[in-house]
Design a protein around this ligand. Structure first.
Ligand code: UDP
Length: 239
């Protein structure tokens, strides 16, 4: 048992936008470095870490198809964007001295390892951070589903979803409603029934059906990831 809250292996999901800082697009190296340091501080506790990073800072399939691009092609472009983010994060983590493997759902052997479940588990046992890239490898999915799928396959104890500008799940959008209240804890069924924007419905169903808890927290506070792992700070637990 590695942390106060008893986590040994976790999935960290961040959106691609978490890497862009104030730039509005792409990767902002100081921001990527800061997140890598957050990951390192948890890795230093001996926790085994899986990561999934979105691609929205570079390309989203839905926006491509809204502009007339064929949806499947646009989704593959989105998946490729997640590979670029994963490589950027790998580089930052290794600069911090954390051995990291990028594992792609789409084969590109010169760039990243292919996904082989037992091999990924072995990396985790050897305390290498595993970044799962290219989503699920399938169009019409999101990286939230990829994070939930891989978290189940890797037997993670929870998904930690690091957010920018919000520290959990609220009953209304806290950016526009000052009255909005944060849930300390809420069930997946209530998230679906109330149509709260936490993850897409297929990711929620996959987490719920496998009793995989989701912890939504803010990435903005330095030390936030390590704190929330120890049960400190504010967050919402979805279960
Ligand atoms: N994507 C996909 N299949 C997957 C995961 C992602 O087709 O399994 C594509 C999809 O087009 C998506 C894009 O990759 O818009 C980037 O992922 P996402 O939107 O989840 O990134 P985030 O919003 O977390 O940055």
């Amino acid at each position: 048992v590695s942390t106060a809250a008893g986590y040994n292996r976790v999935m960290l999901k961040i959106s691609g936008e978490a890497l862009m800082g104030t730039q509005g697009f792409g990767l902002h190296p100081p921001t990527v470095r800061r997140i890598a340091q957050e990951v390192k501080s948890v890795h230093d506790l001996g926790v085994e870490i899986c990561m999934v990073i979105g691609g929205g800072n570079i390309f989203r399939g839905l926006s491509g198809s809204a502009q007339g691009m064929e949806r499947t092609t646009a989704d593959y472009m989105g998946m490729l964007a997640t590979v670029m983010n994963a490589l950027g994060m790998q580089s930052a983590l290794e600069d911090e001295g954390v051995f990291t493997r990028v594992i792609s759902a789409i084969r590109m052997d010169e760039v990243a390892e292919p996904y082989i479940r037992r091999r990924a588990v072995r990396h985790l046992e050897k305390k290498r951070v595993c970044i799962f890239a290219a989503g699920t490898g399938n169009p019409y999915f999101t990286t939230d589903t990829a994070a939930t799928l891989r978290a189940n396959e890797m037997n993670c104890e929870a998904i930690f979803m690091g957010k920018n500008g919000v520290d959990g799940v609220y009953d209304m959008d806290p950016k526009t409603n000052p009255e909005a209240k944060r849930y300390d804890s809420i069930s997946y069924d209530d998230v679906l029934a109330k149509r709260l924007k936490v993850m897409d419905a297929s990711a929620i169903a996959l987490a719920r059906d496998n009793s995989l808890p989701l912890i939504v927290f803010s990435l903005d506070e330095p030390g936030g990831f390590r704190g929330v792992l120890a049960g400190e700070g504010t967050y919402t637990k979805v279960h």
